[in-house]
Design a protein around this ligand. Sequence first.
Ligand SMILES: [Zn+2]
Length: 175
Amino acid sequence: MTEAQLEDCVVCGNHAVETSLVDGEIVKECEVCGNLSGSPEIVELMELQREAEGLGVSIYSFPLAQFIDGLPGLKLQGDSGGERSAGRLPFIAFELIDHRTYQLENIGQSLRLLRGELECEWKIEFTFEYELGFELRPRARKDQPPEQQVEAARRDMIKIWRRLQSFKGLAWWKQ
Ligand SMILES: [Zn+2]
């Protein structure tokens, strides 16, 4: 849902500022310089998704993958936004660089708290491919078409990313 509005861009002064509705929030985007304005949360997500597009990585997993990569002691190994047509579910793979488990506890506790809000059941899987690794991924279900599961998991990943940002500042989060 978009409509053109006669409004000037605060950055470049151009008159073509497009208003659209993203997740129920109004976002304004300049057609010339690309400046975004609106709810800081949505703007941050859109900027990350643009960055993902520029890098040729998945716009669905990139925000959460970047967040995880930025946690002390964790290093991103890879991420996927899943493939709808192939029914391949998204995942985020990481390793523990300091061999301590506190970030696993943080993520595990977050998933526990988010259980009622998420559409998929998420788990942290232990992998071993030359070295110890972990994968955050949704549990596949037999009672739902794979493409629907991919879409649900993509929505969940954005939700997890948003909630982890606030969880990170709470008392139970291990620093
Ligand atoms: Zn502009």
